[in-house]
Design a protein around this ligand. Structure first.
Ligand SMILES: Cc1cc2nc3c(=O)[nH]c(=O)nc-3n(C[C@H](O)[C@H](O)[C@H](O)COP(=O)(O)OP(=O)(O)OC[C@H]3O[C@@H](n4cnc5c(N)ncnc54)[C@H](O)[C@@H]3O)c2cc1C
Length: 596
């Protein structure tokens, strides 16, 4: 099958087959050994549940105080080395470092079936699986949080925390010191290898009047060559940036992987958290309890933090009672689920000269070049490097607040005697580009809840995509911009970049390129933006749906905070890794202030 599909690129096919398997094998071996580093009954000052984008930052910052004993517990394994390679990003998806959550089927989206929602189950969490795009979002998104009554969360309040982490490696961008900084733990930089089509895409947007912008600077609407969370051609997850440099040196920081927290221990009378129950991920009967002198911090991500809270007795009374869980605090945990929604259906065919698929010899040379110097195509992400931010006609045209982001995913389609075969290759190897219009100010709200009190069952996820028709309208507009404007640019036409007008199978009953066709794609081929958030939102006392206060403390319960994407009250117009890191930086300072 492999040799039928791509005789000239056997090595690419081999990588696509081999790398995910290698990741699975490594995780399996890593999980065999019991967590010798943790013992039932131990005491710490802070226990952090989940070593993802947020949890790694919080553990790192709190352990700066040498008197504080900090424990970070992560359900997944150690970060595998393959994920360091930017080009290999897609090979970690749907492996054992991915929770592979399944949404509830709904006729309004995902073609009536479940969609897979990928999320990191590994030290570093989402920052290990993600596309590494560094995007903070618009100042208005944070000002909206403040306007809701979350004091201290306006853009001017949070900007110093973005800068605190940042080590910006591109001097022309770093020079704008109002927005950027150097010297932080997180390297943010353009990729060493520039994809030839990324520049072409920038030119196409420019032909339509969009200027090149630094999306993390003063203006967001426009086109850009993105900055990524990487250093010298190697991914920089929050594990690599915030934990690895200190893991051996700090005696007060303990990081334990392959251990799942099954419950936060809360005194029901005093309503105070005092520890957690855990189970070994591989042999679940091996369980224990560890205790926190100061606080328990839940950083399990927007799809798992609600589950951890609910299993501990914090959540909507009706749901907990139905699941047989004793209620400690009746809060709207799990509601307010938000995401950016998209679809993978607008594809451009590339002329011969624009295709980047390599021969076996070239693939081998690229591997060697990366191994020796961390340079060459494997240090890149192909067309993903470019991105456009536009205002659909439903956005406020008077202000700079784009509501559509284009993610430009490389694709490989090979024609064989058996028909078209699509497969995943390293990002910089492709012969098509998928323009994925993502609705960045989506209004539809879903929810996440527990199946029952078993901590090993996946949560129930109901995204309610396109429940608000405004999201569908913005999406259709985003599609029309690509199909009608971008596809007609001289820049694209000159080099033979043309729209693939073959309708996708489930929408071939509708005329290609019409609004009805785009709507059909949206509903049949719904695709997550991977930006799950909002499920333990912060809010003022007057907001009865708020789970946390603006200090991220769980309402009505002492010594318990949530710090991750779930605290977001309204999802802004950016990817979420940078905002989550900012949230963790700010929250760490809040904790230091509270216990000084
Ligand atoms: C495929 C993909 C691509 C993405 N691309 C981008 C991008 O290019 N740019 C961007 O900005 N954002 C991107 N994102 C989104 C971004 O990475 C996430 O929003 C971010 O990582 C979320 O951080 P978090 O700390 O809230 O949760 P996570 O990083 O998911 O961390 C939660 C951690 O808690 C652990 N955990 C869960 N339950 C338990 C438990 N009971 N006990 C112990 N541990 C537990 C999990 O295993 C996980 O490691 C992407 C996400 C994905 C999945």
């Amino acid at each position: 099958m492999v040799s039928v599909a791509c005789p000239a690129t056997v090595l690419l096919c081999y990588l696509a087959w081999h790398l995910p398997k290698l990741i699975d094998q490594q995780q399996e071996i890593g999980s065999l050994f019991p967590p010798f580093r943790i013992f039932d009954g131990e005491r710490y000052d802070f226990i952090i549940v989940g070593g993802g984008s947020a949890g790694c930052v919080v553990a790192s910052r709190l352990s700066e105080i040498s008197d504080w004993k900090v424990l970070l517990l992560e359900a997944g394994g150690e970060e595998p080395p393959q994920v360091d390679v930017p080009a290999y990003t897609p090979f970690s998806w749907e492996t054992s470092v991915d929770w592979q959550f399944q949404t509830e089927p709904h006729e309004g989206y995902c073609g009536g079936k479940s969609c897979t929602w990928n999320a990191g189950k590994v030290l570093g969490g989402g920052s290990v699986l993600n596309g590494m795009i560094y995007n903070r979002g618009n100042a208005r998104s944070y000002d909206a949080w403040k306007k809701l009554g979350n004091d201290g969360w306006g853009f001017e309040d949070v900007l110093p925390y973005f800068k605190k982490s940042e080590n910006n490696g591109d001097p022309p961008i770093a020079a704008n010191s109002r927005y950027h900084a150097v010297g932080g733990l997180l390297n943010v930089q353009r990729l060493p290898y520039q994809d030839k089509n990324a520049q072409l895409i920038v030119e196409a947007f420019r032909e339509l009047g969009y200027t090149s912008v630094d999306i993390n600077g003063g203006t967001q609407t426009g086109v850009t060559l993105l900055q990524f969370t990487q250093k010298d051609g190697s991914r920089m997850s929050t594990n690599r940036a915030f934990i690895e440099p200190f893991r051996d040196g700090r005696k007060n920081l303990k990081v334990v992987t392959n251990v799942r927290v099954t419950k936060v221990l809360i005194d029901p009378n005093k309503k105070t958290a005092y520890g957690v129950e855990y189970a070994w991920e591989k042999h679940r009967h091996i369980r224990g309890k560890v205790y926190a002198n100061k606080e328990v911090i839940v950083s399990s991500g927007a799809l798992k933090s609600p589950q951890v809270l609910m299993l501990s007795g914090i959540g909507p009374r009706s749901i907990l009672s139905a699941a047989g869980i004793d209620v400690i605090e009746d809060l709207q945990v799990g509601q307010n689920l938000q995401d950016h929604v998209s679809m993978p259906g607008i594809v451009f065919k590339l002329g011969e000269k624009q295709q980047t698929l390599s021969s076996n010899q070239k693939v081998l040379r690229d591997i060697l070049e990366y191994a020796r110097h961390h340079k060459g195509p494997l240090s890149g992400t192909g067309s993903l490097e470019a991105s456009g931010y536009i205002k659909s006609r439903y956005a406020d045209q008077a202000i700079d607040y784009p509501d559509i982001e284009y993610t430009l995913l490389p694709q490989v389609v090979i024609n064989t005697s058996l028909g078209e075969i699509r497969f995943t290759t390293p990002f910089p190897e492709y012969n098509r580009i998928m323009f994925k219009p993502t609705v960045m100010l989506a209004k539809s709200i879903g929810y996440v809840t527990v199946q029952n009190k078993d901590p090993f069952l996946q949560p129930i996820i109901v995204p309610n995509c396109f429940a608000n028709i405004k999201d569908l309208n913005a999406f259709i507009d985003g599609c029309n911009f690509v199909a009608k404007n971008l596809s007609n640019t001289k820049v694209f036409k000159d080099v033979g970049v043309s729209l693939d007008t073959t309708p996708l199978p489930n929408c071939c009953h509708v005329e290609f390129g019409t609004n009805d066709y785009w709507a059909c794609l949206a509903r049949k081929y719904t695709y997550t933006g991977f930006h799950y958030s909002g499920t333990c939102k912060m809010g003022p006392d007057s907001d009865l749906a708020a789970v946390l206060d603006a200090q991220l403390r769980v309402r009505g319960v002492q010594h318990l905070r949530v710090i991750d994407a779930s605290i977001i009250p309204t999802l802004g117009n950016s990817n979420t890794n940078a905002p989550v890191i900012m949230i963790a930086e700010k929250a760490s300072d809040m904790i230091k202030e509270a216990w000084k």
